[in-house]
Design a protein around this ligand. Structure first.
Ligand code: GLA
Length: 380
């Protein structure tokens, strides 16, 4: 747990409100090990929550005002729960969006005030927005005496994203931020929301490789992929691509339009890879797990077409280094991060080498994080 950030929000709270906070809440970012662009196809994902999070120190208010100071932006934001309006306060919109989703679902909310800080890199594909949604959800629930139901809060976080922020994302990021488990990745069935905790074997490290590139237009490309997947599901006459096996796909693919065919091939094969990968983790077969990560990358690069030059360079470098079992782009794509599974004893050296090699290949300064699987949103 990040003691420093916890202390920072606590101290800043005491300084600004001349009192200790009543509550401290946190919610983590995530990295997805495998199962990419499958969540909105009702499929399977295998993410883990990371040891980077959004923290809020707060106290209840007796009225219905929410007031928050962000240490990262050195900025206040305030709104009235009786009158929510979009006003582009950026980070503040996620908190408001969560209030909107909770109230739409019929929850009675009470006001609160506090201080917020986070160390999930923003816009890198590590779900800083889901972390902020779930941390706010945790704050609202403790301030309003609501029961904490992680899956329900994840669903409301997704509503905030879809309906308030206007981004048509799936449920993965909010689910893992809500339900993560220290030491484990989670196999999530994005249709039933059933979760299977999958321990990370001893002696392996998960390394996040930030390419230091950020892409605009991710949202429109993302929505386009969603539409293509829906078109493919209609072709097969099913609710979602989750319902098509790879055998069924090969029997009928000849009649499909080329782009739709490749999009479907990615999703259908990725679902099967994800299930196999989760089992490989349970069985401690990390070599096989790594191979499946490599195959996932090729499928995202060639069939789903959401990788980028820098992501491909990073992934290929990672795969060529000693101790690396496998690597792939992670998250929505087009920029941001890749993830590698590396032998624990080789992790430090791996991080040093890839930093150097990526920098000389691209001229960009990457950020490399060796991270451990953390717990989901909590009241600490
Ligand atoms: C983004 C979305 C998720 C998921 C991934 C791709 O992170 O928020 O819902 O679709 O992209 O796997």
């Amino acid at each position: 747990m990040n003691i420093t950030l916890r202390h920072r929000v606590e101290q800043e709270f005491s300084h600004r409100f001349e009192q200790l906070p009543e509550y401290i809440v946190r919610a983590p970012g995530r990295v997805n090990l495998i199962g990419e662009h499958t969540d909105y196809n009702d499929g399977f994902v295998l993410p883990m929550a990371i040891d980077r999070a959004v923290w809020i120190a707060l106290r209840k208010r007796s009225d219905r005002i929410v007031r928050v100071y962000s240490l990262d932006y050195a900025q206040w934001m305030q709104f009235d729960l009786r009158q929510l309006t979009l006003d582009n306060s950026e980070w503040g919109e996620y908190i408001k969006g969560m209030a909107y989703a909770l109230q739409e679902a019929g929850y009675e909310l009470q006001g609160w005030e506090g201080v917020l800080a986070g160390d999930v890199p923003i816009g890198a594909g590590l779900s800083s927005s889901a972390a902020l949604e779930l941390a706010s959800g945790r704050a609202f629930s403790v301030a309003s005496d609501l029961p904490w139901d992680p899956a329900e809060m994840a669903r409301l976080g997704q509503q905030a994203e879809n309906k308030w922020m206007g981004v048509q994302s799936g449920i993965m990021d909010q689910m893992i931020s809500a339900r993560g488990k220290a030491g484990h990745a989670l196999l999530i069935d994005c249709r039933s929301l059933e979760v299977r905790q999958t321990p990370l074997p001893d002696g392996v490290a998960v390394v996040i490789l930030d390419t230091a590139t950020r892409r605009d237009l991710v949202d429109s490309a993302y929505n386009e992929r969603r539409r293509q997947c829906e078109a493919a599901a209609r072709y097969f006459g099913v609710k979602a691509l989750r319902d098509v096996t790879f055998d069924e796909f090969t029997q009928r693919e000849a009649g499909m339009e080329e782009v739709t065919r490749r999009r479907a091939r990615h999703v259908i094969s990725e679902n099967e890879r994800t299930l196999e990968a989760a089992q490989a983790l349970v069985d401690g077969e990390v070599t096989r797990f790594g191979e499946l990560m490599n195959l996932s990358h090729l499928s995202l690069r060639d069939d789903f077409e959401v990788s980028s030059h820098e992501l491909n360079v990073m992934v290929e470098l990672a795969q060529s280094l000693e101790g690396c079992f496998g690597a792939r782009m992670t998250g929505a794509g087009f920029g941001g991060c890749a993830v590698a599974l590396v032998a624990g004893s080789a992790a430090e050296g791996f991080a040093r080498h890839i930093h150097q090699q990526y920098q000389s290949a691209t001229g960009l300064e990457p950020a490399i994080y060796i991270c451990s699987p953390a717990d989901g949103a909590s009241l600490v």
